[in-house]
Design a binder for this molecule. Structure first.
Ligand code: SF4
Length: 266
């Protein structure tokens, strides 16, 4: 699947059809679209959601909001106090430290980012302690409704398998490539739907390609699934394509070498 605006519109339409036309209707809606709105809310929720389930992060987020209805209320809280409130979502000491440092640095508000350009807002977010491209893009997309594309493990895997990006591109590279073309009106939907697809069908191990309507346009399917059937058929001489650690076909990676050679930020 080639990466361009039309392909992304078509991809969203196919995924919406596959996932019942309403990405917000399912109870497994990722955490950030539920938080959507205040930039500090989204930033704190993104930190809480690391290495845990969305449900567990949501419980801790709600507990923090009950204790500190405005983030400025948390400025005098100790790291231990914050850690105590978020213990159930794991890594509580590291997450509390990250939240505390950001609250101290920002004085508890990111409201000033609304009045500046998206580029300035994004680089200001990147200047906050511990904030990287994915976290900054989450805030831009879900707090400010800007066409940024945070990339998690599911989005990276699905985009690589489809052939939208080189299979071996890292997350910041995938973010950069998708952001260059994603139409503003579908950025949020695309993010949510790709995560859902990575969780439901295009799983890391044993993707359920036979149930996936994207297979007609999927590089992984044509090289690894169809290709291996051809290789296994009587008289075929070519070896079966091997898989890299992401489950992507190495035979396809070879064909993507031109894209992979592009100069990309890390
Ligand atoms: S056809 Fe298979 S590899 Fe391709 S997107 Fe669908 S589930 Fe993923």
């Amino acid at each position: 699947m080639k990466l361009n605006r039309e392909a992304l519109f078509e991809l969203v339409a196919d995924l919406e059809t596959m996932y019942c036309n309403d990405p917000t209707a399912s109870p497994d809606l990722p955490l950030l679209p539920q938080i959507k709105g205040d930039a500090m809310d989204v930033l704190v929720a993104t930190i809480l959601s690391q290495a845990t389930t969305d449900a567990s992060a949501k419980v801790c987020f709600d507990r923090l909001k009950r204790a500190f209805p405005a983030w400025r209320d948390a400025l005098n809280a100790s790291q231990d106090e914050i850690a105590g409130l978020i213990r159930s979502c794991g890594l509580s000491s590291q997450k509390a430290s990250a939240i505390k440092r950001i609250l101290d640095f920002t004085k508890g508000t990111l409201d000033h980012l609304r009045g500046i350009s998206p580029e300035e807002a994004y680089s200001t977010l990147l200047s906050l302690p511990g904030v990287g491209p994915k976290t900054a893009a989450c805030v831009m997309l879900f707090a400010f409704d800007r066409p940024f594309m945070p990339v998690d493990t599911h989005i990276r895997r699905v985009a690589g398998r489809l052939g939208l990006v080189p299979a071996k591109a890292n997350a910041p590279q995938v973010q950069y490539l998708l952001q260059k073309v994603v139409p503003a009106e579908i950025a949020g939907k695309l993010h949510v739907l790709l995560i859902r697809h990575g969780r439901k069908l295009c799983t890391a191990r044993s993707p359920k390609c036979v149930r996936c309507t994207l297979s007609r346009n999927c590089d992984y399917y044509s090289s690894s699934v169809v290709g291996s059937r051809v290789a296994a058929s009587p008289g075929a001489g070519s070896p079966e394509p091997s898989m890299d650690s992401s489950g992507a076909s190495s035979s396809r990676t070879g064909s993507m070498s031109g894209k992979a050679a592009m100069s990309l930020p890390q």
